[in-house]
Design a protein around this ligand. Structure first.
Ligand code: SAM
Ligand code: ZN
Length: 291
């Protein structure tokens, strides 16, 4: 069983986390195996096998599958998106002091949140997929070695975060559902929200291999309305080219796209014949400040 006192940053538990059922504060139990609710004794959350917490009682079972998480981990850990991750870390450092608490809403396997933690921030990552947060917690443990934990990973919905009002300095939301009202609730006044989505030509090279008539991306439809909860401060587009020669990585990248599940087997086959995939990668980062 994991020792939660070591696996979780205790300051995140005390400063940010609340019971997802009644909203009372939480504390680590004396045997360090679970989180106990300060409101009702029956609300108790056992640490998962890998040091993550099950804090989405009403949403259990959703989010990405084990297979989807495995594919994405394989692709991201190969470093293809490093320039985007570097750009995100720069933006976080530009706007938020390093003693700030960050939330990664829809954190997946923690690729971005663990890098933000490496820059010195405390980060709480939430995802509906227990496979994703399990991988995130394990990756955090691998990278930090003997250093104290600066992260906390939990199964949780971005629409109902188990976080107190106004406790976070920043929220990052990378290619995951955007919940502006909920992010505004958990952010301090003046706190920052950074949302990343696919730019116009993101993965256009991949689409050219698969489709006869590839189309440009339209952009995210779930961004905050400027002036409602948030003011839009900036839009930063980060674009670079990648070349993939390993077929497993091409397949993994394809699986990360929304069109993977709706592509016909015949179109999917075209990827097998591709010896080298060249494609632009374009992330649009939208930086908002809570009003
Ligand atoms: C495309 S992945 C992005 C993951 C990560 N941010 C990244 O860029 O590597 C979208 C993630 O959102 C998660 N997700 C979907 N709906 C969610 C929700 N309502 N609350 C929390 N996470 C959710 C999925 O499980 C998945 O891990
Ligand atoms: Zn409770």
């Amino acid at each position: 069983m994991p020792n939660l006192t070591l696996e979780l940053d205790p300051r995140i538990v005390s400063d940010l986390l609340i019971c997802p059922i009644c909203g009372a504060s939480l504390r680590v139990s004396e045997n360090s195996q679970s989180l106990l609710c300060g409101g009702t004794k029956t609300h108790c959350f056992d640490g998962g096998g890998g040091g993550y917490l099950p804090l989405a009682p009403r949403h259990s079972g959703g989010g990405d599958s084990k297979e989807a998480v495995r594919y994405r981990t394989a692709f991201l850990s190969a470093g293809y998106y490093q320039p985007a991750a570097d750009a995100l870390c720069e933006l976080v450092q530009k706007y938020i002091p390093t003693d700030g608490i960050m939330v990664d809403a829809g954190c997946g396997e923690g690729y971005y949140s663990n890098l933000v933690a490496d820059c010195g921030y405390r980060v709480a990552g939430f995802d509906l997929s227990k496979f994703a947060v399990d991988a995130a917690a394990k990756a955090a443990k691998r990278t930090r070695g003997d250093r104290p934990s600066q992260t906390l990973y939990a199964v949780g919905s971005v629409f109902e975060l188990p976080l107190r009002d106004g406790g976070a300095d920043g929220v990052i939301n990378i290619f995951a559902p955007c919940a502006p009202a909920e992010y505004a609730r958990v952010l301090k006044k003046g706190g920052y929200l950074m949302v990343a989505g696919a730019g116009e030509d993101h993965l256009f090279g991949l689409k050219q291999v698969i489709y006869d008539d590839p189309y440009l991306n339209e952009g995210r439809r779930d961004l905050p309305v400027d002036g409602e909860y948030f003011n839009l401060l900036d839009k930063v587009t980060v674009t670079f080219d990648i070349t993939i020669t390993d077929y497993a990585h091409m397949e993994a990248l394809f699986s990360m796209t929304p069109y993977y599940w709706r592509t016909s087997p015949a179109d999917h086959e075209k990827l097998c014949g591709c010896a080298e995939l060249h494609t632009p990668v374009t992330f649009d980062f939208f930086i908002y400040q809570k009003i």
